[in-house]
Every structure is written in structure tokens, then in C-alpha cells.
Design a protein around this ligand. Structure first.
Ligand code: PEP
Ligand code: MG
Length: 591
């Protein structure tokens, strides 16, 4: 039974992963199927909607019988049996009865009600974790898609006044893949809620960089929240309020108003330098995933791009763009970031992101598998295209190139050899590029942090990928909510590795940045500054807050704090030290 059916105010608690408040109707999105439009119907049109539903079922039955006949003629009875099974699904009396009853009780259009009921069935089947049944769910999806297509969409005469004409909505989904999150229509989708996911999943990171409030870990959300339910999504506390009372709406409007005031205050410091009160200069740059984010980078007051995650651009469209198309995008990034530097990270496929190519079978441990630089070194043609494209673009602005998931010196040297080959090729063809382009590597595997002294001799900078460094150091999957209580950025072992990295960089005269999510955590800014980090690279949305935080801190005090932290044996103690200073210096920004 959908939770909201009583229209009572109900609060659900999840994990806030992207700040902000959103108000609006819910749009529940299934795993396999594309959701049809949803709208309310007046009571007197129930029968009309039921007729539309019956007509769509009849039309689908005729189509399936025709296909079955055709297949019988071509391939024989056996193959045609699949369609026999599809017809049985279509005629399932209990589904038909449920849909008819639900059209009357929900007062929503028939195709949406049908979709929602099928979706509930499929979810229930998928959650049984049985491969055979999961395939049946796919069959059911398939039939249902056909039925939905067969609703007479040209018949608009009976469409009713839409209470939400701009179709702004909050998405509720089981999970959202990083690519689905990245392609979300920002004008319409004003928030999202998922059952799965954790604060450091790529979906959560993307929602923060897109500035869309989001909550993960709302159990059974897909099955219990009904489309069109009006909700408030509180991306600060992780609360979802269904059917809010007028006084609750007023309270949240006030929170929104106060936040807006804060944003305006932050706007005024955008152009100021990012430096502590005792003049320690920090480079504050932005993380991006797509070229279109350059507009936000320009508005945010960023001093460059510290991480361009190219995998979303390269793998998002189904086919990897060729060298010249890549060069065009990287050149645009270089030009629009001037006079600052933009660091292009080479493809980081695998893990919880898209694979570079379809794998013959799923990897047992994707995060420990064919990921990052390992893929690039194994697919040198593809790697060289990307490197040449980056080099060509370096003629148009200040670029850096960075390798992901380096686990030791050998990988780094191999990657650099390939980069050198690309430089030689461009020299031969008289193609201009910047021969002094900065070369850097991510420190996100503990073995790299432990070998930082050696590695530092071969690069111009380190960028610490704390998202992965934390998961690999503590052996805690960054997207698994069952172990998210162990995922602690202030774990003393993680802090030691960051410290070792920053020290090794200093000893070898190179700079160190942090581009993982830890850099965006206002509670941890004092600690990172104290550890001697030179650059922080964060989502554009968070950038002005971090600037304000750095400008409120004293480097000397932060250094003393880091020394204290080095003596701590528990994550909670280190967090407390840093948090206390953060609250003392810039309380207003955190709440
Ligand atoms: C990281 O691991 O911290 C990082 C920045 O890389 P990604 O999140 O893309 O894995
Ligand atoms: Mg990483």
C-alpha cells in the first residue's frame, strides 16, 4: 500500500548526499522501463481511462499474436512459444483487476497506473535475487512497454488541466546510474531520492556538482511512495516529508530563504583570493564531469579545474569520441579556464562507473578490477588518442594531464612513456602542443601513498583522490551502504597516508591537491590546510563555501591542529578537533 494514501504528513529518514531543499510532486522511475507521463483525472473519467486500458491490452494482444504467427512460419513452434508466454503475461487477470481498481482509487491516467503496478511486480521479483525470475521480470517489462506504447497518445482531448505545467518533479528511484544522473534534465528534475547509494557514490558526487538536492538510502521508496505525491526533500538532514502540512511548508520556505541569503553573502567573496588570515595561499579549483559545467565554473570563482573526470564525457554517449572531437572539447576547457590551469584526468573507466567496453562477464570485484590506468595501459590505441587530444589542446591554454588509480612506479613510468611517444608523434607532424604540460597522478591507492617519495620524483603534482583512498585503506566499499558506518575520512590511517603524501611532495618540490569529496567537507578544511595541502578541488556548488572557510582560517593554528590529529587513535577524535575549529571560525556555513 503506498505510504501516502492517507494524505497524512509522514517523514522518512535517509542519508543526505546533496544539500538544498526541494518542494514538488514525486515522479517514481522504474529500473528497466521508461515511465509514461503521469497526470490526475477527474472522477467522472474513470470509466474512460479503463476503456483506454482495455483497448491497449487488446491492441497488444493482436500484435503479439501476429508476431507469434510470423515466427512460427519462419522458425517453428519453439521460438514462437516466447510470445505465447508474453500473451499470458498480458492477460494476467490479477494484474488487469489491480489496474482497474487502482485507476479508480488513485485517480491517475491509465498508462501510468499500469506502469506503476507492473513496476511493483518487477521490483518484487528482482528483489528475490533469483536469476531465472529476474529474466521473467525482463519479459514482463517488455510486454508492459508494448502496452504503454499502444495507449492512444494522440488522444489529447481527454487530458486534464495539468497542475504542474512545467513538470518540475523529484525523482524517486531504486538507484540512479552515474550516467543517468549526469543526463538528468536540470530544469525539470529538482531533486532525487534513491533506495541505494551512499554519500561517496558517483551518483551522489554528480548530484552535488549539479547542485541538485539528493537523499539516498530511503528503504523501499519505489514501492511505497506514489507518483504525484507532494513532498519536501530536505537535502541537509536527509528527511523526506510526504504530504507536508502548511506549517511544515512555511518552515522549509524559511530555511530556503536563509540559505539564499547565505548564497548572496558568498557571492560577494567570489573574486577574492583563497588565502588564510596569515596569508597561506591555497588554489581552489573545480571538479567537472562535462563541458557544459564550464558555465558554473566561470560563475563560481574557481581558480582553475583540478579534476576533469573525462570518463563521463567519453563513455556517456555509447561510442568513445575520436581524437579530433576530444581535442575540441579539451581545447574549449583550456580556453575557458584561462588564465588558470585545467587538469584533465585520463579515462577512469570501471569500478562503479561505466566499463570502457562490454565485459564478457561481470567482474567479481569491480573496484579491485579492470579500472582506471589499468584499462588505458591495456588499450594503448584508445589511450594514445586521448593523450594526443589533450596535448593538442594544451596549445590553447594551460593544461595538466593526470593519471588515475596508479598503484606503483611501474604503471606511472609506462603511462609517461606512452605520453612521451605521443609528444614525439606530434613533434614529427609539427603539431603544436605545450612541451611543459604538467604531469600528475592521483594518489588514491594506499600503495601509491606509501611509495609517494619515489613517485614524486617523476611527476609535477599529486592529487589525492580521497574517495578511493578511504575505501582502499579501510577496505570499505564506497557505495555499499551496509558498511558506510566504517567509511571515515578522518580514520587515522587515512590521515597518515595523506600526511605522508603531502610530506613526500614537499620534500621533492612538487605540489599536492585533494580532489576527492573530503576537500568539499567544510568540517575538514582546517585539517587539510594544516596537513599542508596546496590545492583543493571541489564541486562548483560547494566552492564559494570552501573559499569562505579558507579565508576564515589561520594556517599556523591549522598546522598545530594537524599535529594534534597525528597523535589521535580514533576517527572521532580527529573529526572533533577539526570540526571544533570549523565551527569556531565559520559556524554559519555548516548547519
Ligand atoms: C577519488 O577517488 O577521490 C576521485 C576524485 O576519483 P573518483 O571519485 O572519480 O573515483
Ligand atoms: Mg577515484
Amino acid at each position: 500500500m503506498p505510504l501516502h494514501s492517507s494524505n497524512k504528513e509522514i517523514t522518512l529518514q535517509g542519508t543526505a548526499v546533496s544539500p538544498g531543499v526541494a518542494f514538488g510532486p514525486v515522479h517514481v522511475s522504474a529500473r528497466g522501463m521508461v515511465a509514461p507521463e503521469v497526470y490526475e483525472i477527474p472522477h467522472e473519467h474513470i470509466e474512460y481511462e479503463i476503456n483506454r486500458f482495455e483497448a491497449a491490452i487488446e491492441k497488444t494482444k493482436t500484435q503479439l499474436s501476429q508476431i507469434q504467427k510470423k515466427i512460427e512460419d519462419i522458425s517453428g513452434d519453439h521460438e514462437a512459444l516466447i510470445f505465447e508466454a508474453h500473451i499470458l503475461i498480458l492477460e494476467d487477470a490479477s494484474i488487469i483487476k489491480k489496474v482497474k481498481t487502482a485507476i479508480a482509487s488513485r485517480l491517475q491516467n491509465a498508462e501510468y497506473v499500469y506502469y506503476a503496478i507492473i513496476q511493483t511486480y518487477c521490483e518484487a521479483i528482482r528483489r528475490m535475487n533469483d536469476t531465472y525470475l529476474a529474466e521473467r521480470a525482463t519479459d514482463i517489462d517488455d510486454v508492459a512497454q508494448r502496452v504503454i506504447r499502444n495507449f492512444n497518445s494522440a488522444d489529447n482531448e481527454h487530458k486534464f488541466e495539468d497542475p504542474n505545467p512545467d513538470h518540475k518533479h523529484i525523482i524517486v528511484a531504486f538507484d540512479l546510474t552515474p550516467s543517468a544522473t549526469a543526463t538528468i534534465d536540470r530544469q525539470k528534475s529538482i531533486g532525487f531520492i534513491t533506495e541505494q547509494g551512499s554519500i561517496n557514490s558517483h551518483t551522489a558526487i554528480l548530484s552535488r556538482s549539479l547542485g541538485i538536492p539528493a537523499i539516498v538510502g530511503i528503504e523501499a521508496a519505489v514501492m511505497t511512495i506514489k507518483s504525484l505525491t507532494f513532498i519536501i526533500l530536505d537535502g541537509y538532514t536527509g528527511r523526506v516529508i510526504l504530504n507536508p502540512k502548511p506549517e511544515t511548508i512555511t518552515k522549509y520556505r524559511e530555511i530556503q530563504r536563509r540559505k539564499k541569503e547565505q548564497e548572496n553573502e558568498l557571492d560577494s567573496i567570489k573574486e577574492s583570493l583563497t588565502q588564510t588570515t596569515d596569508d597561506r595561499k591555497i588554489t581552489l579549483s573545480a571538479n567537472i564531469e562535462f563541458e557544459h559545467e564550464l558555465t558554473y565554473v566561470e560563475k563560481s570563482g574557481a581558480e582553475g579545474i583540478g579534476l576533469f573526470r573525462t570518463e563521463f564525457y567519453l563513455l556517456g554517449g555509447g561510442e568513445i569520441p575520436d581524437e579530433s572531437r576530444q581535442a575540441r572539447v579539451y581545447s574549449e576547457v583550456a580556453k575557458r579556464t584561462q588564465p588558470h590551469q585545467a587538469i584533465i584526468r585520463t579515462l577512469d573507466a570501471g569500478g562503479d562507473k561505466l566499463p570502457a567496453e562490454p565485459l564478457p562477464e561481470p567482474e567479481p570485484n569491480p573496484f579491485l578490477g579492470w579500472r582506471g590506468i589499468r584499462v588505458s595501459l591495456a588499450r594503448q590505441g584508445m589511450f594514445k588518442e586521448q593523450l594526443r587530444a589533450i596535448l593538442k589542446a594544451s596549445a590553447h591554454g594551460k593544461l595538466g594531464v593526470m593519471f588515475p588509480l596508479i598503484s606503483g612506479l611501474k604503471e606511472l613510468l609506462l603511462a609517461k612513456d606512452i605520453l612521451k611517444e605521443c609528444m614525439d608523434e606530434l613533434n614529427k607532424s609539427n603539431t603544436p602542443f605545450d612541451p611543459n604540460i604538467e604531469i600528475g597522478m592521483m594518489i588514491e591507492v594506499p600503495s601509491a601513498a606509501l611509495m609517494a617519495e619515489e613517485l614524486a620524483k617523476h611527476v609535477d603534482f599529486f592529487s589525492i583522490g580521497t574517495n578511493d583512498l578511504i575505501q582502499y585503506t579501510i577496505a570499505v566499499d564506497r557505495v555499499n551502504k551496509n558498511v558506510s558506518n566504517l567509511y571515515k575520512p578522518t580514520n587515522p590511517a587515512v590521515i597518515r597516508l595523506i600526511d605522508m603524501t603531502a610530506q613526500a611532495a614537499k620534500n621533492n618540490g612538487i605540489w599536492t591537491g585533494v580532489c576527492g569529496e573530503m576537500a568539499s567537507d567544510l568540517n575538514l578544511t582546517p585539517l587539510l590546510i594544516g596537513l599542508g595541502i596546496d590545492e583543493l578541488s571541489v564541486g562548483t556548488h560547494q566552492l564559494p563555501r570552501i573559499k569562505k572557510a579558507v579565508r576564515s582560517l589561520n594556517y599556523q593554528e591549522c598546522k598545530e591542529l594537524a599535529q594534534e590529529a597525528a597523535k589521535c587513535r580514533f576517527s572521532s577524535q580527529i573529526l572533533q578537533l577539526s570540526q571544533e575549529m570549523a565551527h569556531r571560525k565559520y559556524t554559519l556555513l555548516i548547519d
